[in-house]
Design a protein around this ligand. Structure first.
Ligand SMILES: [Fe+2]
Length: 137
């Protein structure tokens, strides 16, 4: 079995299956992007994966934000600003990529991995107990 660029680890679990499953999809999409990049796939394919990743990230953020609101999560403001920064960054990458197909580099792929990893391990972990206490599974 080949080594994945960003393998899922149990330590990423926030103990809420719905959110873990979504995080797994995001990680899977990032791995797909990495593989396509390595294989020098056609720019349309790479562009499509970036789009898929962006769309899914905003859907996922929506899920988290829905629960923050519903249960009045105290740290939501800081968390939301992280989502916003991510979205803005990715939109920038997308624009650059549309203009220049060789603009997608490891810097971007590494940024996505590091952001996801840190966000899950630090910011998402913070709501783990709170979500569980409110019965979100
Ligand atoms: Fe989040």
């Amino acid at each position: 079995m080949k080594t994945e660029f960003f393998p899922w680890k149990e330590e990423y679990s926030v103990k809420v299956k719905e959110i873990d499953d979504q995080h797994k999809v995001l990680i899977k999409l990032l791995n797909k992007l990495y593989d396509a990049f390595m294989k020098k796939e056609h720019s349309t394919i790479i562009g499509d994966i970036i789009q898929e990743l962006t769309d899914y990230a905003s859907y996922h953020f929506g899920t988290e934000e829905k629960y923050f609101k519903r249960f009045n999560y105290k740290e939501s403001e800081k968390h939301l600003s992280e989502h916003k920064i991510f979205t803005e960054k990715v939109n920038e990458f997308k624009k650059e990529y549309e203009k220049n197909k060789s603009a997608l580099t490891f810097t971007i792929i590494n940024f996505l991995r590091d952001w996801l990893k840190n966000h899950i391990l630090i910011s998402d972990k913070k709501y783990s107990d709170f979500f569980a206490q409110n019965g979100i599974k």
